[in-house]
Ligand binder design. Structure first.
Ligand code: OAD
Ligand code: ZN
Length: 237
């Protein structure tokens, strides 16, 4: 009975064809990403922000989960069947973990959902939405629904669930995340302090790497499937 927490970032989806943040130059149609991903931007120019997320949502239809997403889904299935506790936390707003079959805590929200800021009906699933076309809440009529995305300056979702998982963690793995955006960047250190064994997979050593972490250099699609086999052999036997 082991307690495992995995944290993923943009790097796990890079091999599916979605650009990572810090590799994309941080610009979109001449705008700094920070300028279209804030509550202030939404208040000032909702059409611009809507278009940005429409484009990103449209990309989801062109990509598929890769071998790393599938391997993590297999890790979850086999660990849970063996009675272990498993938590997958993702900073990604794509739906590739979900489509691979994982249960995910999407701490930065999800492109595939919209949020009503007025009534308790809350979430609305979206698949195909015409560009430029705002949607109204089916429960209260409020328009526009906003992207269910945690913007710069906002507090990530499900922090209570995440804290509980990390305080009890025995094995912690960070995959494809630069360790530059808080609070997610602190999870590795919190896990270490809780006495967990730690692994980190990414192309380059992230900012928050410590000599106690086992660093697995390389692309997640190349590293994670074989590593999942090793973890299962070690953790379940
Ligand atoms: P970043 O773009 O900051 O970092 C991507 C990380 O993935 C880097 O460390 C790369 O070395 C690594 N990487 C790239 N390709 C890889 C591959 N094929 N296999 C494995 N690793 C690879 O992305 P995040 O850390 O996810 O927030 O960014 C964190 C947050 O910053 C995002 O969630 C977003 C952004 O602001 C919000 O949208 C709220
Ligand atoms: Zn509503």
């Amino acid at each position: 009975m082991t307690s495992v927490v995995i944290l993923t970032g943009a790097g796990v989806s890079a091999d599916s064809g979605l650009a990572t943040f810090r590799d994309a130059g941080g610009l979109w149609e001449g705008h700094h990403v920070e300028d279209v991903a804030t509550p202030e931007a939404w208040a000032r120019d909702p059409s611009l922000v809507w278009r940005f997320y429409q484009m990103r949502r449209a990309q989801l239809g062109e990509v598929e989960p890769n071998a790393a997403h599938h391997a993590l889904a297999r890790l979850e299935t086999e660990l849970v069947a063996a009675g272990s506790s498993f938590t997958l936390i993702s900073q990604n707003v794509d739906d590739l973990h979900q489509r691979a079959g994982s249960n995910v805590i999407a701490m930065h929200g999800q492109l595939a959902r919209l949020r009503c800021t007025v009534c308790a009906a809350g979430m609305h699933d979206v698949e195909h939405v015409e560009p430029e076309q705002f949607l109204a809440c089916s429960a209260c009529g409020h328009s526009p629904l906003r992207p269910d995305i945690v913007w710069f300056g906002e507090i990530p979702l499900h922090m209570d669930l995440i804290e509980r998982a990390i305080l009890n963690v025995e094995k912690f793995v960070a995959i494809g995340t630069s360790g530059a955006v808080y609070p997610a960047a602190a999870f590795l250190q919190v896990a270490r302090a809780a006495g967990a064994e730690t692994w980190v997979n990414s192309l380059e050593e992230p900012e928050n790497l410590d000599p106690r972490d086992r660093f697995l250099a390389g692309r997640a699609v190349d590293v994670i499937p074989a590593q999942v086999d090793r973890w299962l052999a070690e953790w379940i036997g």
